[in-house]
Design a binder for this molecule. Structure first.
Ligand code: AG3
Length: 274
């Protein structure tokens, strides 16, 4: 991507974009799967972009990574020990889980170059791949879910937007496999987009999960650098997920109030998932 006047912009539509003034472009590489860019922004620290969309910034990644790991943890009926992460090549989710003391984290990322780029430019995040109990595998998560004989207590789908390489992570065939490899009492969670700017993503996630799980619930979080700043996640399980099963200490975003209140959805969001 060409840098114009030291601004990086994520385009939301022909008429709207979010722009970050940058000191420098640190990297731009086209892989077999996507384009990866890293910028040094003035206000958000380093920023990782894939195909022109913001994946994380140093300043606000904590919101996404806490909410995609701690929420399924407190809503798992069984105390989670083993976790499968699909996507998440930056290591942010794996790091949270490793800090929470989970003994077995398998992270399947399709694009090995995401990992390499993050090892170089986001070493604090990617360092989690070297921690005890964390195993990184470079490969297709859809295929892994189809073929593995293992079961996991928690499955986290930390994908890009539901276009391109991540498209298959939102469909029925994939969730059929997720169901098979999820332990009884376990929870699956996926990021499910911006309800305002990507109104179909949350419905796609719900539609993928509903045929396979008794309970599906979406929750939201405030992530300033993602489209609209208002982001959704969708979780599914066969047990009741109305109340947390255990407490976790507060993070920088997550706390036990948010663990329940983040499921409160505005009316326009409810209409996207019915
Ligand atoms: N993955 C979800 C990012 C989606 C952002 N979409 C966008 N900016 N249009 C985040 C990866 C962090 N581990």
């Amino acid at each position: 991507m060409k840098l114009i006047e030291n601004w990086f912009s994520e385009r939301y539509s022909d008429n709207l974009q979010l722009s970050f003034r940058v000191r420098d472009q640190l990297l731009s590489v086209k892989t077999d799967f996507q384009r990866i860019d890293v910028f040094d922004t003035y206000d958000f620290g380093k920023l990782l972009s894939i195909d022109g969309t913001v994946q994380l910034t140093e300043r606000d990644e904590f919101v996404y990574h806490e909410m995609i790991t701690r929420m399924p943890y407190v809503y798992s009926k069984k105390v989670p020990e083993s976790v499968l992460i699909i996507g998440g090549g930056d290591g942010g989710a794996a790091g949270e889980l490793s800090n929470m003391g989970l003994s077995k984290v398998i992270n399947v990322e399709i694009d090995g170059q995401v990992v390499e780029v993050c090892r170089k430019h986001f070493p604090e995040l990617a360092a989690s791949f070297d921690k005890k109990g964390v195993k990184l595998m470079v490969g297709d998560g859809i295929k892994y879910a189809r073929e593995t004989k293992e079961k996991f207590d928690m499955i986290i789908i930390d994908s890009t937007d539901p276009v391109g390489p991540a498209e298959g992570l939102f469909n029925d065939a994939f969730y059929n496999d997720v169901k098979r490899i999820l332990s009884p009492g376990g929870v699956v969670v996926t990021q499910s987009g911006s309800p305002f700017y990507q109104p179909t993503a949350i419905g796609l996630a719900q539609k993928g999960m509903k045929p396979h799980f008794k309970n599906v619930r979406s929750y939201t979080a405030f992530i300033p650098t993602y489209p609209s700043g208002f982001w959704s996640f969708t979780m599914a399980a066969d047990h009741d997920i109305q109340k947390p099963f255990r407490d976790l200490p507060s993070g920088k975003y997550f706390n036990m109030e948010i663990a329940t209140s983040s499921f409160s959805l505005p009316e326009f969001v409810k209409t996207l998932i019915t």
